[in-house]
Design a protein around this ligand. Structure first.
Ligand code: NAD
Length: 490
């Protein structure tokens, strides 16, 4: 069985670690590869950081117009290799081919936006701040930067950071999720074809040990993390304590509110796509659906739309939803459903113990709906990260907003309505970083920061767009005087 290599200093190299973890197809349990794991991966991190530091010292002085040229080729390579990358995402992550394809589109859009760095990186100049004195601000790269990615978007998430980091003159080390490293292997095969100096981009595999290596290395200047809230909190606390700039995106439990004037069919279709897309393993998946003054129609429509989704192997045609990532994840989700029931919820649609013919070993759960989960229980506070909708009924939009704002997460909140004034009130009052009005997944496009509030984000500047440019640069203020008396006469 193949042991995956790291990409360090422009070369594919074996890890220093002999310990490995299996990369597994979640629909079949087939072992696809073995990925370096364990404490010895820290040595790989040291090698990558040293190479990245050397590369950065030259790369930072390459003109920005030259630094973005490889990104144009990267866009082309990603487009040409789209089918193969999509297939790899589905193989190791389980989502459907259409979902994998959509993920690559979002990655490409970040490359496109980062091509605007020559404009985005420009700064401010003020002549005569005092007589004969000018003042200006320049943006300079940080040095060695690192990106630590989760399993659920094996291609896209590194692209919230990587194109911006290198366009602004940094070097980067990517640490993919050990559960889904094959997609990033393919992407690094493409990155290695770009005209980039060796060491500017590096990939090191592993789990906690390689992450700790990055958090503790003095030459690593910034950490961009996406994953669960407990790990995000740890990354933020440790990284900042070690003097690094950190942006750490965490977990979620996203509420969606449906007012009685919303279009029933469109709303239930969009909401079921949001809850069950990628088997509920999206940080922007709707999780808690709140009806206001429902006469039973929206509940029925949500039930029918959820029941109609076809579950199966993501590589097969006609499939709406694949498996969850691992047997542990499947059993955790099913236990949470049990817990919801024990806390008083009614199981409207039960997807536990789903078996798919020909894929009996797969981690499948069908769409599940829990109605009236306890507001004082544990489940209402717990991220499920699976295909489970918690359906609640409330009387007013104010009650729904107050409930949302009492939660610990703040990744996304959405409202479905025909009323402009209720929409305006909602977006003004709701405490979430990404808000959707008649939208089920309020995912910011690459031009906008991928926001997130409360326990869904630790830091100041988010990924994507101008925030990414700011995150990957430090500002330097220059105050300059050139006395007239010193002027040479020509
Ligand atoms: P995870 O936190 O388990 O792992 C994320 C990364 O951290 C991986 O690379 C992993 O190797 C590393 N890691 C895991 N445990 C660690 C530890 N103890 N110390 C140091 N590093 C550690 O997350 P996951 O299961 O891969 O991804 C799912 C989670 O990510 C969900 O909670 C989801 O909501 C969240 N997510 C958030 C966003 C967002 O934008 N807010 C986007 C995608 C996913």
């Amino acid at each position: 069985m193949k042991i995956l290599q790291n990409y360090i200093n422009g070369q594919w190299v074996d890890s220093n670690s002999t310990e490995t973890a299996n990369v597994v197809n979640p629909a079949t349990q087939e072992v696809l590869a073995r990925v370096p794991y364990g404490s010895e991966t820290r040595k790989d991190i040291d090698l990558a950081v040293n190479a990245a530091q050397q590369a950065y010292l030259e790369w930072k002085n390459v003109p920005v117009l030259k630094r973005i040229q490889p990104l144009f080729k990267l866009k082309q390579l990603l487009e040409e290799n789209r089918d193969e990358i999509s297939r790899l995402i589905t193989l190791e992550c389980g989502k459907t081919l259409a979902e994998s394809n959509g993920e690559i589109q979002r990655a490409i859009e970040n490359v496109e936006v980062a091509c605007g760095t020559p404009m985005l990186m420009q700064s401010e100049f003020l002549e005569n701040v005092a007589t004969g004195i000018d003042e200006f601000m320049i943006r300079q790269p940080l040095g060695v930067t690192a990106c630590i990615a989760p399993f659920n978007f094996p291609a896209m998430i590194s692209f919230w950071f990587l194109p911006y980091a290198i366009a602004t003159g940094n070097a980067m080390i990517v640490k993919p999720s050990e559960k889904v490293p094959l997609t990033m292997m393919k992407i690094f095969e493409l990155l290695s074809q770009l005209d980039l100096p060796k060491g500017v981009i590096n990939m090191v595999h592993g789990g906690k040990a390689s992450v700790d290596g990055l958090l503790e290395h003095p030459l690593v200047k910034s950490i961009s993390f996406v994953g669960s809230t407990p790990v995000a909190r740890y990354i933020y606390a440790t990284g900042t304590a070690n003097g690094k700039r950190v942006q750490a995106q965490g977990g979620a439990k996203n509420p969606v509110v449906i007012l009685p004037d919303a279009d029933i069919e469109m709303t239930s279709q969009i909401i079921t796509d949001s809850v069950y897309g990628c088997a509920g393993q999206r940080c922007l998946a709707a999780s808690v659906v709140i009806t206001v003054e429902d006469n039973g129609k929206i509940k029925e429509s949500l039930y029918e739309a959820a029941k109609a989704r076809s579950v199966g192997y993501g590589l097969n045609a006609g499939i709406d939803m694949g498996p969850v990532i691992s047997p542990e994840s499947k059993s955790r989700i099913e236990h949470l459903v049990d817990k919801g029931v024990a806390e008083g919820a009614n199981v409207l649609l039960d997807g536990r113990n789903k078996k798919i013919s020909g894929f009996e070993q797969g981690n499948f759960i069908s769409p599940t709906i829990l109605e009236n989960i306890s507001l004082s229980g544990e489940l209402i506070k717990t991220e499920i990260f699976g295909p489970v909708m918690s359906l609640l009924h409330m009387k007013t939009v104010d009650e729904a907003i107050a409930f949302i704002n009492s939660g610990v997460y703040g990744n996304m909140a959405c409202l479905f309505t025909n009323s402009g004034s209720n929409a305006r009130k909602f977006r003004n009052e709701v405490m979430a970083g990404n808000v959707g009005i008649n939208i089920g997944i309020a995912a910011p496009m690459a031009q906008f920061p991928f926001s997130g509030w409360k326990d869904s984000f630790f830091g100041d500047l988010h990924g994507q767009g101008k925030h990414a440019i700011e995150f990957f640069t430090q500002t330097k203020i220059v105050v300059e005087r050139w006395p007239k008396e010193w002027a040479r006469k020509f």
